[in-house]
Design a binder for this molecule. Structure first.
Ligand code: HAM
Length: 422
């Protein structure tokens, strides 16, 4: 049998339910903040990511799925959503002289070493804001995540780290100072950091290698290169977060792996998932619109890794109600199907109850096993007597209690038992 490519994951029904719960909760928070959805292509010209994300980032250097199409154009599956979002809004005239707050959701692709929480196809929900220069929008993006964690009941499992990278000029000056400091010590750095010294020296600050960390601890600090305006932006962001009641820690070594960031960067991190603990990352990227051919436009956003949020949600909610079906309808004769479907409809439509009608016949005992097996809370039995007297037998599958009553009354009792779904 042909198999899936490694780490291009199948999300099977049980996990898909958690995905949906997480995605719907997040969409609902985004919509309540007035963000609008955009749907963007999965395939773009490779150049977009090379220019947008940065030639020397790990993502562009070694993680993209790139192919040539029949015209010889180099295309890549999107490894992230920000560059494509900027391209789309700019190309459609939605950035110049106006502000935007948008979100997108969908698969991203990176050829990374697979492990729990790190996949080659994964799903992000991203939010991006354009035309806002102040720290208030940085704070709003963070608040939005904070409210989402609370809505999902997983706020206790994540912490927020923030940092500032200053303006691009400050970052360039710092980069030079870092290279000057590290070059004589090159031989003592870990292999990855040696490679990054030319391509992406700021990422060396992120190294997990102990010896490199000790060297980095003595390195010049980014903060001393940041101008007054940059420092004021960061101070105001912290004031906003305190006023909004969002706890945070400042992590001066947080630099993020994509080249476009300026000023604010942030990550939400959990300790529940081992090595792949970053569930969301983002920040400000004031230079990117211009770099991709638009007019200078301040911008900020984040990407949330849904696969990791789902793992976190499941880890923190082991007892979550986890079933696709509320009511399972059993019928003893095939010609009872119209009655079964009519009953199902009267439960589905008003209350959104999830109702599965048994198919394929078989003994009632077998049908009841199916009802229990799919996790339904209730079974409805339609037999010869029920049909003759226009009644239903309803069994509560948790308590085993069973009652027979007129069809209309039985339906009403089930609807009354699920007021939250209406
Ligand atoms: P990123 O940090 O590369 O940022 O990705 C954002 C999130 O996507 C990560 O925090 C992680 O949860 C998830 N993620 C990344 N790679 C994988 C993977 N291989 N498997 C599973 N989950 C993964 C960005 O992509 C930026 N576009 C975020 C952004 C938007 N910044 C500003 N606006």
């Amino acid at each position: 049998m042909v198999q899936a490519m490694r780490s291009m994951r199948d999300v099977l029904p049980q996990e898909a339910r958690s995905f949906r719960a997480v995605e719907e909760a997040f969409r609902s928070v985004l919509c309540r903040f007035g963000y609008e959805e955009v749907q963007l292509p999965v395939l773009e010209f490779t150049e977009l990511f090379a220019r947008g994300v940065g030639e020397s980032t790990d993502i562009v250097e070694k993680e993209m799925y790139t192919l040539n199409d029949r015209d010889g154009d180099s295309l890549s599956l999107r490894p992230e959503g920000t560059a494509g979002c900027v391209r789309a809004l700019n190309e459609n005239g939605l950035l110049y002289n106006q502000t935007q707050r948008v979100f997108y959701s969908g698969p991203m692709f990176r050829y990374e070493k697979p492990q729990r929480g790190r996949y080659r196809q994964f799903t992000q929900i991203g939010a991006e804001c354009f035309g806002f220069a102040g720290p208030d929008v940085d704070a709003e993006l963070i608040l939005l995540c904070h409210e989402f964690w609370q809505a999902m009941g997983i706020a206790q499992g994540v912490r927020l780290e923030i940092n500032t990278l200053g303006s691009s000029a400050a970052r360039a000056a710092y980069r030079q100072a870092l290279v000057d400091y590290l070059t004589p010590l090159r031989g003592e750095l870990d292999a990855d950091s040696q490679r990054r010294l030319e391509s992406n020296p700021l990422r060396i600050l992120d190294s997990k290698d102990e010896r490199t960390q000790a060297i980095v601890a003595e390195a010049p600090v980014l903060e001393s290169f940041i101008d007054d305006q940059g420092l004021a932006h960061f101070a105001q962001l912290q004031d906003h977060l305190k006023a909004l009641g969002v706890p945070f820690v400042v992590n001066p070594t947080l630099v993020r792996g994509l080249d476009y960031y300026t000023h604010t960067v942030f990550e939400w991190i959990t300790t529940e998932l081992g090595a792949q603990g970053t569930v969301c990352g983002g920040g400000r990227y004031d230079g990117l619109v211009e770099k991709l051919g638009g007019k200078p436009t301040p911008a900020a956003g984040f990407g949330m890794g849904l696969d990791r949020v789902v793992l976190l949600y499941e880890a923190l909610n082991p007892d979550r109600a986890d079933s696709a079906v509320d009511v399972y309808i059993c019928l003893t004769e095939a010609d009872m199907m119209p009655m079964a479907q009519a009953v199902a409809r009267s439960l589905r439509e008003p209350a959104g109850l999830r109702v599965r009608v048994h198919m394929g016949g078989g003994a009632l005992k077998k049908q009841m096993k199916r009802a229990a097996g799919c996790g339904a809370g209730w079974a409805i039995l339609i037999g010869a007597e029920e049909r003759a007297e226009d009644q239903l037998t309803v069994k509560n599958l948790l308590t085993g209690e069973q009652t027979r009553s007129a069809t209309a009354a039985a339906i009403q009792a089930l609807l009354d038992a699920h007021p939250g779904l209406a």
